[in-house]
Design a protein around this ligand. Structure first.
Ligand code: MEV
Length: 419
């Protein structure tokens, strides 16, 4: 198994980085070409088939985070994001987590929840629905040969009555094992498919028939130990105080959780997931106690090390959806070498925790601007044409002078060359 702890990956040229990733993931020449294509991998024709009124495509940076060790397996994690520092922060969090064995992650089976809203029902409708569970499940499953063949598909029906300003409404829910798919399409198909039967059973009118994005039957959990010697006692106390701030103040909690989602959504983008579904579920989960809180927790273990955990619903798929259409998403899946949707969810949640660790560590020590500026200066020095051994000198000088620009980087580089 290849090792994902690659030193100074950021200082390498694009070609060197691509060679490392290609070796790590056994990428073919064709896959390497896709990563280097000018149209961001997505032809206009493909884009035009995906959405309406298409006039072009839109590219974002794709990087890989290094150092990830999750459940004993090494990963280079592809991340698509426009914000500087996020990929560096994920890599650095993963590097520290590695010292104590990396991330331990688990994920529920992939059950989606489909909802059917029924109005004007006769009395005892809930009992009648539950008594007809088998008939409803069999009908739902008749809409997917693939899931049925894999012994997956609709498994359970449940009912709840909600009070609304318009009176009581009956909500029927289908729990569907969607396997390695995200499952939105099949869930919606099944909900629509059983609605006439539900109307017959209840004497009511089925109105909305749709997947719930609050995917509480697809919870991913991760924990990691961050070494005391590596971060220092004082910083551990600061990080725990930063967590307490987030857990007890909604204004801070939203930003803290946004940092977690920086990691998760960047991997979701790279692998073609529905990022809006993931965001919506995560923030609802943060408020599950009735108060919006931190999605992560930070404590000390008995050895004084820092322990971080993160738990949230993650509805992701490795088959179906754009993960199978977008050429770059397909290559990113290959880089990850995942064999199940659960494995992908484990990687995403680990990236979220790594990201959160680095963000609150930076915030509770130097602040985030210093790292941002250093990265920005480093990128400019490289863009100015500096060789790896010249970059540090140029960065130091620009930061010292507080003049961080491409022109200044070029000037300093020219002076270095003249010397
Ligand atoms: C910036 O995109 C994310 C942070 O604001 C997260 C946080 O404050 O924890 C740095």
């Amino acid at each position: 198994m290849s090792d994902s702890s690659i030193s100074k990956f950021f200082e390498k040229t694009r070609k060197e980085r691509l060679d490392i990733v290609a070796n790590f993931a056994n990428l073919s020449t064709k896959e390497l070409e896709i990563l280097q294509s000018n149209d961001g991998g997505l032809s206009f024709e493909k884009a035009d088939n995906m959405v309406e009124n298409t006039i072009g495509t839109f590219s974002l940076p794709l990087g890989v985070a290094t150092n990830f060790l999750i459940n004993g397996k090494n990963y280079l994690v592809p991340m698509v994001i426009e914000e500087p520092s996020v990929i560096a922060a994920a890599s650095s969090g993963a590097k520290i987590a590695r010292i104590q064995g990396g991330f331990q992650a688990i994920c529920d089976e992939s059950f989606s929840i489909g909802q059917i809203q029924i109005l004007n029902t006769e009395i005892n409708s809930a009992t009648k629905i539950l008594n007809s569970s088998k008939e409803i499940i069999d009908l739902a499953n008749s809409f997917s040969n693939t899931l049925s063949k894999m012994n997956k598909g609709a498994k359970q029906v449940s009912c709840k009555e909600i009070d609304t300003a318009l009176g009581k409404m009956l909500i029927v829910e289908l729990f569907i094992d969607v396997g390695d798919a995200m499952g939105a399409n099949i869930t919606n198909t099944m909900c629509e498919g059983v609605s006439t039967l539900l109307e017959k059973i209840t004497g009511g009118k089925a109105l909305l028939r749709i997947l719930s994005n609050y995917s509480t039957k697809r919870i991913a959990k991760v924990t990691a130990i961050f070494d005391k010697k590596e971060i220092g006692d004082q910083v551990i106390d600061y990080i725990i105080s930063a967590y307490q701030f987030a857990d007890n103040d909604v204004y801070r909690a939203v930003t803290h959780n946004k940092g977690i989602m920086n990691g998760i959504i960047a991997v979701a983008n790279a692998t073609g997931q529905d990022s809006r579904a993931i965001e919506a579920a995560a923030h609802a989960y943060a408020a599950k106690s009735g108060k919006y809180r931190s999605l992560s927790t930070w404590t000390r273990d008995s050895n004084g090390n820092l322990v971080g955990s993160l738990e949230l619903p993650l509805s992701v798929g490795i088959i179906g959806g754009i993960a199978n259409v977008h050429p770059i998403a397909k290559v990113c899946m290959k880089i990850l070498q995942v064999s199940s949707a659960k494995e992908l969810a484990c990687i995403m949640i680990a990236t979220g925790l790594a990201q959160n660790f680095s963000a609150i560590k930076a915030l509770s020590t130097d602040g985030i601007q210093k790292g941002h500026m250093q990265l920005h200066a480093r990128n400019l020095a490289t863009a100015a044409g500096a060789k790896p051994d010249q970059v540090d000198k140029i960065v130091q000088k620009m930061i010292q002078e507080k003049k961080i620009s491409l022109d200044r980087a070029k000037e300093i580089l020219n002076n270095l060359v003249d010397l």
